[in-house]
Design a protein around this ligand. Structure first.
Ligand code: SF4
Length: 504
């Protein structure tokens, strides 16, 4: 599930490329900020967001703990509704099943709505190799398909492109210059895709949630394209990860509250479709034949794994990407896999079952925990990232210089005297390199950091030095301090010294 050729380049190199791309940085920053603010406003307006987050987490924990039961219930009900169910162990198998159905139907055109699983199994490539035209109909997906790129965000696949770049791509497709105006560009795509919807033999969708109690699948979207894909062509194929299940429509109420708010800051997406089997005789539209391919592709490896099972709770809202300070600077392609951001940094190695091959992307995190705070189902991604890093070191893939540095750092900060001495030496030593209150030299361990920012210098006087000075002045009667403030400060200092001699 890597992007083509990606394993030839390290995550560091890919991040460097992204950091040097001003267009990308501005576009990603602009949109992630908009999404983050939207989510904040929507969750605050909701009122008891934390309570619903906990409910969402409990539903996901319960479902995944009983996944075999609910998957069985879903499959039995979907079959009773007239749906053909297929199981795929691997990405290759999933793509082969979809191709087999398309070949059997003599399909020449497939229209697709947004599906991360389809990206995961490289379905477009497989269909096109067999001479079947596969057309993405989500606007963002359509743009990156024209650009020959992979999505760089779970929800906004073309987040890294601005409207001028999009106008250039669409102009090539139109055979004439299109204004970089969103109404003009969207109008062109709408007209173009409308023809494709009408001529397509097969419609292909993803699945946000599969409801076990009725064997239905639910799609959230804003453009109406998923509804076109799932109603106009005679055959529908749905690709779903095996963990997309929730037990009931009542549980969907919670998920429908959490997903759109977390993803785009909307109370609800423009369209929410529930599909329960193919068209019945009394229905006005809908596919005559419906297939659901349930994809494992490494997911069952996470079942029962104490470190990773909670990954299966993910509802693919993308909120952790928008919250992540690393993602917001480097965008999605730097992560190298189908999924990016904090969830991608953990999911990619976990789904591949090859943690060693992908262990470098766990380093693309500041471990600030913003992903956990943003996650509507409270997945502790930061803990999983620490686990991946620990595994890397335990397996002997750590950086020796970094390990020695960390040991030295631990020895210094765990002892008050050593720490104070190091601070004093640092304050003296830095005089030759500090300019404008920062250290900008690109040498040694500072090289990577200082390529894009300036490292802060040590304060001229540390907190401890300032405290001692104040203490001296107070004792000499040069200053006066409110006794309650003084008592509290002395208490804090005593506690710090008593609690392991840490100095901050
Ligand atoms: S890990 Fe959480 S925040 Fe990130 S995509 Fe999944 S559900 Fe959303």
């Amino acid at each position: 599930m890597s992007q083509p050729g990606v394993m030839d380049v390290t995550v560091k190199k890919r991040a460097e490329l992204a950091l040097n791309d001003d267009f990308l940085r501005k576009a990603v920053k602009f949109t992630t900020e908009r999404l983050r603010n939207g989510k904040k406003a929507a969750s605050e307006e909701h009122g008891n967001w934390e309570e619903w987050r906990e409910r969402g987490r409990q539903i996901r924990l319960h479902t995944i703990a009983h996944l075999d039961y609910y998957l069985n219930e879903f499959v039995n009900n979907a079959r009773a509704n007239g749906v053909h169910i297929h199981f795929a162990d691997t990405s290759v198998e999933a793509a082969a099943i979809a191709l087999d159905i398309a070949t059997h139907k003599h399909a020449s055109t497939v229209v697709k709505s947004k599906s991360m699983v389809s990206e995961e199994v490289h379905l477009n490539h497989v269909l096109e190799s067999a001479g079947i035209e596969a057309i993405e109909t989500d606007l963002g997906e359509y743009i990156i398909q024209l650009a020959g790129e992979a999505p760089s965000h779970i929800v906004i696949p073309a987040i890294h492109k601005n409207r001028y770049q999009i106008a250039e791509l669409l102009s090539k497709e139109a055979g004439e210059m299109l204004e970089p105006d969103t109404t003009v560009l969207a109008g062109f795509v709408r007209k173009k895709l409308r023809e494709k919807f009408l001529e397509a033999d097969i419609g292909m969708t993803g699945c946000n949630f599969a409801i076990a109690e009725t064997g239905s699948m639910v799609l959230f979207e804003n453009e109406g394209n998923a509804r076109m894909v799932s109603t106009v062509p005679k055959t529908q194929i749905t690709l779903m990860g095996m963990e997309r299940i929730i037990p009931s429509w009542t549980d969907l109420e919670v998920m429908a509250t959490l997903l759109p708010r977390s993803a785009t800051g909307q109370k609800l997406t423009m369209y929410m479709s529930g599909i329960t089997g193919p068209r019945r005789s009394e229905d006005g539209d809908g596919p005559e034949e419906m297939h659901i391919i349930i994809v494992d592709n490494g997911r069952s490896l996470q079942l029962g794994d104490p470190e990773f099972q909670e990954l299966l709770n993910c509802i693919r809202c993308g909120a952790c990407l928008n919250a992540c300070p690393v993602y917001r600077h480097i965008g999605g392609h730097a992560y190298g896999g189908t999924y990016s951001g904090p969830i991608g940094a953990v999911l990619t190695p976990a789904l591949n079952g090859n943690i060693d091959e992908w262990n470098d992307i766990a380093g693309a995190s500041s471990l600030c925990g913003a992903c956990y705070e943003a996650c509507p189902v409270k997945i502790p991604l930061h803990d999983m990232l620490v686990y991946l890093r620990r595994r890397k070191v335990e397996k002997g893939h750590g950086n020796k210089l970094e390990s020695a540095g960390m040991k030295g750092f631990a020895a210094v900060v765990s002892n008050s005297k050593r720490f104070s001495t190091a601070i004093r030496l640092g304050q003296i030593g830095q005089k030759v390199v500090v300019k404008n209150n920062g250290i900008s030299m690109k040498l040694g361990p500072l090289k990577g950091w200082n390529s894009y920012r300036v490292a802060p210098s040590l304060a001229k006087r540390s907190f401890r030095q300032q405290w001692n000075k104040l203490d001296e002045e107070l004792n000499q009667g040069k200053k006066e301090m409110d006794s309650s403030v003084r008592n509290r400060m002395e208490q804090i200092l005593r506690e710090r010294e008593g609690g392991g001699q840490h100095e901050h």
